[in-house]
Design a protein around this ligand. Structure first.
Ligand SMILES: C[S@@+](CC[C@H](N)C(=O)[O-])C[C@H]1O[C@@H](n2cnc3c(N)ncnc32)[C@H](O)[C@@H]1O
Length: 422
């Protein structure tokens, strides 16, 4: 595609995404479906441009206050990746002069929001928690994530997977905390790798793997993944059950549950039962009350721990949406807890960095459910032989899992664990 046409296409896509009426990945995917002629390299340029503008929105909007042409075009120019000469061949002379002036702006010219690129309410909420580490946190949230994989231990050992990935020319290394994890530093097209097709590996952030590890699900148990979505954690839990027992994958979105099916087929798991429910108090849930050895509530949340992958969330979430999520999280947790049998385990998890969705929800549950006792995450991780597990926890006695992108190179995650008193 001619550089001029590619820049015009980027401009159109940025304008669509910045309506913020749908998640950015859905808007981009739809745009590609509707424009089938776009090749892989053009798609990569378009999506890199959109994500660069989402990540550095405040800085780029500030730079785009000068210049000519539409705001969306100016943002597309500023976010455009790769070769400057290629980009400049698409620009008018005044645009080239403006772009050169932008390149001369130094760090010292920017105000704090142009450096952290977070809405002020969120910046403040993060500063309140991490203090002096705030700049490091903001920087890591604004960088793309590496690609983490989980080795399917039903099929192979991690060392063998690393060897096979390296043989395929990929820079793979074991992740530091999860015993199932492999990290790829560069983007990779996994879809064609036999290792992926045959279910030896799945894409999953190391932090997500640790949440599945906290379930410690065993052979022959009755387990429920209450908010299973597309089954990332379901698959990890099923593998640790060695494909035995019964693993219910509940979700209110039948559409998301459908996405588990091809993943299940690759994984070799046959112990998973996806069940679409109407809401958290659905009859199908009630019938299983008191029968589960383990229940995971990977609750719907603001997703603000995943800004490395979904930078649009910082512009789509507000204090009001966070408050609404926290209320729903409390309801789902209380309802899912009814499934746990005496002596069974309950895990509550989010990919949020905000205490309203994390410690506050877990604390309220503990206060309102004297029949449940907190299990400190630090002891559970140590029992699972997770190295340096004391670095991964927060709260009194290391009671909660708290993962931070700048400290642990994972997405931001929270988890609390209880056992139901016998
Ligand atoms: C964080 S996502 C789950 C991600 C998934 N566990 C994984 O590892 O890929 C939260 C899920 O909760 C589901 N959900 C929303 N409200 C729910 C409810 N009331 N009961 C059960 N699931 C719900 C959403 O459809 C979404 O798939």
């Amino acid at each position: 595609m001619h550089p001029k046409a590619l820049l015009d296409e980027s401009t159109r896509l940025i304008e669509k995404v910045f309506k913020f009426d749908h998640p950015a990945d859905a808007v981009v995917a739809r745009h590609f479906r509707e424009n089938k002629a776009l090749g892989p390299r053009e798609r990569a340029t378009l999506s890199d441009t959109v994500y660069a503008v989402l990540r550095e929105r405040l800085k780029l909007e500030w730079l785009a206050r000068s210049g000519t042409g539409s705001k969306w075009r100016r943002l597309a120019i500023l976010g455009f990746p790769g070769d400057r000469d290629f980009l400049k061949s698409a620009l008018t002379d005044p645009e080239k002069t403006w772009l050169d002036a932008c390149a001369r702006v130094t760090d010292g010219d920017f105000l704090a929001p142009h450096r952290h690129n977070l809405p002020e309410w969120l910046a403040q909420a993060l500063r309140d928690q991490v203090g002096k580490e705030f700049d490091a946190l903001a920087t890591s949230l604004n960088q793309p994530a590496p690609l983490d994989l989980r080795v399917n231990t039903l099929k192979m050992k991690r060392d063998a997977a690393v060897t096979e990935l390296k043989a395929a020319g990929l820079a793979a290394q074991a992740t530091p905390f999860s015993p199932w994890g492999v990290r790829l530093q560069d983007k990779a097209n996994l879809g064609k790798l036999p290792l992926f097709i045959n279910g030896g590996i799945e894409v999953q952030d190391e932090g997500s793997q640790l949440l599945a590890l906290l379930m410690d699900a065993k052979r022959g148990e009755m387990v429920a993944d209450f908010c299973a979505g597309a089954g990332g954690k379901t698959l990890a839990i099923g593998a640790s059950m060695r494909n035995s027992g019964r693993l219910y994958a509940f979700d209110t979105s039948a559409h998301r549950l459908d996405a588990i099916k091809p993943r299940l087929a690759r994984s070799g798991l046959s112990n998973v039962h996806p069940v679409a429910i109407a809401h958290e108090r659905d009859e199908r849930v009630k019938r299983l009350a008191g029968k589960m050895d383990r229940v995971l509530v990977d609750a719907p949340c603001s997703g603000l721990g995943t800004l490395r992958r979904s930078p649009d969330l910082k512009w789509r979430q507000t204090p009001e949406t966070v408050a609404a999520q926290a209320e729903l999280q409390g309801r789902i947790l209380a309802s899912a807890a009814r499934l746990v049998k005496p002596g069974g385990r309950l895990v509550y998890a989010t990919c949020s960095l905000l205490p309203q969705e994390n410690e506050a929800v877990a604390g309220a549950f503990t206060r309102e459910h004297p029949d449940f006792e907190v299990l400190p995450v630090s002891a559970l991780l140590a029992a699972a032989h997770v190295v340096d597990s004391d670095q991964l926890v927060a709260g009194e006695g290391g009671c909660f899992l708290r993962l931070w992108p700048h400290r642990h190179a994972t997405d931001g995650f929270f988890a609390a664990v209880w056992t139901k008193k016998p």
